[in-house]
Write a protein that binds this ligand. Structure first.
Ligand code: DQQ
Length: 581
């Protein structure tokens, strides 16, 4: 079966791509080829078929950072940076949606509108905290008339409204100003959720540039209204630009349960500081020294390209919260469009969120793991199941019987031998995307590439490849995971990188490398190695609009890989902000 598909597609691809010794069934990256789209297809960017069916998005217009996510009295709240007037960034206020399951959302009135002295220029990113007495409070950044970044708070007008539709700005605003030696007034934003220290006082951290350093500056307060700056930051670094959207939380190694940062933290817990910079969300794992009231990473690399990332693809400004309903920590981040501003204006919308993910710490305490919240599985329909497949070098196996534009795929790969693993070069770690660009799905390797080809056109001119390669390092195996958009669309003018990252894998112990991919029209969100490495990508294949897209499992490495288990489902369309509450 697999062989048959390989031969059929081989034949097609010999026609559609140039062949040399290192090329096979998938045509290689060829930027010039991106210009050969037929012009009839150009207007297809406005097609509703590019709108995701179960990822979070606004009813229309532009969204960016997730803000103040929280679970309160039976309801999940998603606030979001929102432009009420168009589909590019501007006029930012807080959109607001509510949900009971993190999958289906009801759009309610915007929670925050700009216009008071502390937010005359806009209501930017912030966080929610539940105060004693079960009172939620939001602290957020506003731009004042002098273009300074200041922090404001708002409280719900009516606690008995289950959706908390209206929020009141107290007269105390702005509660925090960028004053103090070394502050850059226009680089002081994005306060975290508050946590209580051993002295019973609230703390928050705010992203700031101080004396040219990036810092998560620390403030204390008794009442969440009057704040004092602590004389040292929670953490700072001289290796980067300003950190946007800091997020600070606690996790227990190997424990999927989440922790509430304001509750007593159990022994053995670690702390995580996430910061957003260089278009990526990077994080440190370490300890929060209560005596010094400061965070200390376990390890710190001077080269920030080596810092761990929440997601190695198109994901930024993520924010987490403790879900007291299910005792887990949930994170979500913003996945911007990869088309042009003109495309977004034509579409009338821009921006989605990665699926809400449960986030926890690996057993060895060295990295975070993430997995889509289990509620997303309620959308699964008509399961298909294959067992015991064998993929030899050059095989493509078509996965049929589901809606391949809207699907959830779980596939395990088992290696038949590890003898052919090529040596790992540690210098690759600084630029895994380069590796993914150069070692695309069509380039044969020792072990790998193997993985999924998604959103492929019938003629294979368009395809997005999510795949692994296995390398042998001195003591361990290193896995390169790529999500290569180089041939994702024949439309011109799109951003089509090859995203990628490396993770360590104990192949002798674990035997299988798992891949889960959520395909949602213009979103491809992948979880490798049980959630060790996540990549969300935005793609716009013309085939999605004009024809039917295809889905394959493939292997293009010398070593045969077994697929002991492959399950896939069509995904139903969720009710995402379709009706007003
Ligand atoms: N987006 C917000 C800022 C934040 C940035 C403005 C990060 O508060 O720093 O929309 O994407």
């Amino acid at each position: 079966m697999a062989q048959a598909w390989a031969f059929a597609l081989l034949a097609l691809c010999y026609v559609c791509s140039s062949i040399n010794g290192e090329r096979s069934f998938l045509s290689t990256r060829d930027p010039a080829a991106a210009d050969d789209s037929d012009s009839d297809s150009d207007s297809s960017i406005v097609s509703r078929k590019y709108r995701t069916a179960y990822h979070f998005q606004a009813p229309k217009n532009w969204i960016n950072d997730p803000n103040g996510p929280m679970y309160y009295n039976g309801i999940y709240h998603s606030f979001y940076q929102y432009n009420p007037n168009g589909s590019i960034w501007g006029d930012i206020i807080w959109g607001h949606s509510v949900s009971t399951d993190l999958v289906n959302w009801i759009a309610v009135e915007p929670a925050l509108e700009k216009g008071s002295p502390g937010d005359i220029l806009g209501c930017w990113t912030g966080s929610a905290t539940i105060l004693p007495g079960n009172i939620p409070v939001i602290i957020y950044t506003g731009g004042d008339k002098d273009d300074r970044q200041v922090q404001n708070v708002v409280l719900p007008k009516n606690l008995s409204d289950p959706y908390l539709r209206e929020w009141i700005k107290p007269a105390n605003n702005p509660v925090l100003q960028p004053v103090g030696p070394g502050f850059n007034e226009s680089q002081f934003r994005d306060p975290t959720t508050g946590w209580i220290g051993p002295d019973g006082l609230w703390r928050i951290a705010i992203g700031a540039e101080v004396n040219g350093y990036s810092a998560a500056v620390l403030y204390k307060s008794e009442d969440f209204l009057n704040w004092t700056r602590v004389d040292h930051p929670l953490y700072s670094s001289n290796t980067t630009n300003m950190w946007e959207c800091p997020d600070f939380f606690a996790v227990l190694p190997g424990n999927k349960g989440g922790l509430d940062l304001s509750a007593p933290i159990p022994n053995g817990a670690k702390h995580v500081l996430k910061v957003s910079l260089d278009s990526r969300d990077k994080y440190f794992i370490g300890v929060y020294d209560l005596k010094r009231d400061a965070f200390e990473p376990d390890t710190i690399e001077d080269d920030r390209r080596l810092w761990l990332k929440i997601d190695y693809g198109n994901c930024y400004a993520s924010k987490s919260f403790f879900d007291s309903k299910n005792g887990r920590r949930i994170i979500w981040g913003w996945a911007n469009e990869s088309d042009s501003d003109a495309d977004d204006i034509a579409k009338g919308w821009a921006g989605i969120y990665a699926m809400a993910r449960t986030i926890w710490l690996d057993n060895d305490g060295k990295q975070l793991l993430q997995w889509p919240v289990e509620e997303v599985e309620t959308l699964r329909r008509n399961e298909i199941n294959h067992q015991g497949l064998e993929l030899n070098k050059g095989d493509l196996f078509e996965i049929e019987g589901i809606d391949t534009a809207q699907a959830d795929v779980e596939i395990d790969f088992e290696l038949t031998s590890i003898d052919d693993a090529e040596p790992f070069d540690p210098s690759w770690l600084v630029d895994p995307e380069k590796q993914c660009r150069e070692a695309g799905a069509s380039v044969h390797g020792g072990i790998g590439p193997f993985g999924l080809v998604v959103l492929a056109s019938g003629d294979m001119k368009e395809h997005t490849d999510v795949h692994f390669r296995v390398y042998k390092s001195e003591q361990k195996y290193m896995i390169l995971m790529c999500s290569d958009l180089g041939r994702s669309s024949v439309r011109p003018g799109l951003y089509t990188p090859a995203y990628g990252g490396f993770f360590e894998f104990d192949l002798e112990k674990e035997k299988k490398i798992s891949l889960r991919t959520l395909i949602d029209r213009s979103a491809v969100e992948s979880f490798g190695g049980g959630g060790r490495l996540c990549i969300i990508a935005r793609v716009y294949p013309v085939a999605l609009v004009d024809e039917r897209v295809h889905l394959y499992a493939f292997n293009n490495g010398s070593t045969t890989v077994r697929v002991p288990q492959l399950k896939a489902w069509s995904m139903a369309t969720a009710q995402v902000n379709v009706k007003k509450g």
